[in-house]
Design a protein around this ligand. Sequence first.
Ligand code: PEP
Length: 253
Amino acid sequence: MKRKMVIANRKMHGNIPDNKAFLEGLLDEVAELPDADYVVCMPHPYHFQVQAILTGTRISWGGQTMSRFEFGAHTGSTSPLMLLEFGCKYVIIGHSERRLSGYESDEASGQRFEEAIKVGLIPIFCMGETLKEFEAGMTVDVVIRQLNAVINRVGKEGLAKGIIAYEPVWAIGTGKAATPEHAQCILSFLRGHIELIDEALAKNITILYGGSVNAKNAQKLFSMPDIDGGLIGGASLNTQEFIAICKAANDAS
Ligand code: PEP
C-alpha cells in the first residue's frame, strides 16, 4: 500500500502567532502518525518562520505558487530559488484560484512545472473542471488537457518528479466535496491516461484529491484505491480538524 499524503494549502490566511500554534500543534500530533506524509503550504512571507519551526521534523513545507523565472524584473513575484533558500521542498502549481484569476494558464502552469523540477522543487500540479464544465460532462476533457500541457512540456520523466492533485473547482471552498466514487473515477481515469505512457509511472505517481475534504469525509475518500491523499484548504485552518484528516491518512496508509 502506498503511503498517503496530506497537504495543507493555508491560502492567504494566518499570522505569526496563529502559524506558531498551528505548526506546533501539528508537530505534537504527527509524531504519533508515522505512516503518512505531511506538507504545509503557508503564505510566502512566513517561510522563514516555517523553516525555523519545522527544520529537522517529519513535516515538509512548500510555496503556494512561484515565478516561471529565477530572477529579474518581476515585481511582486517569488523566485523558485527563493523558495529553496527557505527550505521549501514542494510548490503548488496551477491552483484554480490562480488559473481563474488569469495568472496560471495551461501554458504558464507547464512552464512553472518545468522550472520547479529544474531547480529541484516538487510541483504539486492542480487540475480540475469548473461547475459549468462538470455540468456539460467535460471533466475528462478538461483534466486531460491540463495534464497534457505538462506532459507535452516535460515528458514522462518530468511528470515523475511531481505530484498531481485533482481539484474540481465546484468543490473548492464550497463545502460540497466530490463523492468518493466521483473522485475515484477521475483519479482512476488519470492513472489510466498516464499508464498509456508508462505503466510504472502510473502506479507510482502520487495523485491527490482536493475540494472540501474535512474530518468527516476524509476516511471514506482516502479508502478509495486511487486516492493517495488530500490537498486541504479550509479545513487546514482549524488545527484539530486538520489533525483528524492527518489521522485518517495515517490509518488508511
Ligand atoms: C484548495 O484550495 O486547494 C482546497 C482544496 O480548498 P478547500 O479544501 O477549502 O476546498
